[in-house]
Design a protein around this ligand. Sequence first.
Ligand code: AMP
Ligand code: MG
Length: 344
Amino acid sequence: MKTMIYKGYELSDKTIQKHIHEVFHKGGLVVFPTETVYGIGADATNPEAVKSIYKAKGRPSDNPLIVHLSKVEDLELYVSDIPSHAKSLMDSFWPGPLTLVFNKKEIIPKEVTGGLNTVGIRIPGLKIARDIIDIAGLPICAPSANLSGKPSSTIFDHVASDFEERVDIIIDGGKAEIGLESTVLDITTPVPVMLRPGFVTKKMIEDALGFKIIDATESKIENTPKSPGMKYTHYAPKGKMTLVEGNEKDVVDFINNEIKKHKKTKVAVIGAEEYLNQIDAEYKANLGHLSDLNEIGSNIFIALRQMDQLGIEHIYMHTLSNTDLGQAIMNRLSKAAGYNLIKL
Ligand code: AMP
Ligand code: MG
């Protein structure tokens, strides 16, 4: 399949708009940027188109997909009831990195929701993404644009290497600003339940609602998965990844010692600059400063992909505090490490 590549700023071009519109309406696939990660999108009302997403990704089909809309007014076309507290959440966080789970209407096929009667909906914060949805004139279901088992794509090079010749169109929007998937919140239950941590934190949600929610995310590494999609070990690099928890000096000493032990293999350390400065490794992936969790979050998936590009066999990283955005970052890192954590 020939893949057309367009730049985000070319979307005002009428010929390109026509092409995007036609691809979606004939059941094709368009990879597009959002502020969280890149998505691989299709017409959410077309079961065949939805199935082809799963095929292109090589993803199990019981994993529900998020439906992306460009405006709040369209919500009632696809969901059967909108709880009153949903409004304050939408006012506070839409457009943006929060997915809300509603009871779905008939028009959203089971193929989108992995057989569930609920559907996760989000209005992306990135204007390019909303423009694409408008051009389509359809609800667009889109999981993260990565082959199954690989980290989510946050830069154009990664979507191109995964999906060139597998999809009709790729839109290049540069680097994803947030770089972590959206927060998922189920609002179909009397007390809302957070299913996946993200840039919008539990505290931000509780502040907007004025009451407490339930946190069902894997905040504790030992937890067993509770929501669909959590049961797969996503984002795992090929090398063995180990997270090391403890005070800074102990962690640095431990990692330096491990590097010596594994001299004959390719060892890399991923981490904040403050840690890396004290570590003597041949391969270091610098995520940014400890004080800037936004920067660290936006670089996680890029670093994980680079581990495979470099053929790294052992990867070490220090943990981060499991609060606010740190919770979302630790959630992704724990998965990447297959929950391999050493507590010092
Ligand atoms: P991704 O498309 O890769 O960002 O993953 C979407 C994730 O959102 C899924 O793996 C689920 O964890 C969550 N999700 C989407 N829709 C629902 C739903 N109806 N109920 C519960 N979780 C959902
Ligand atoms: Mg994904």
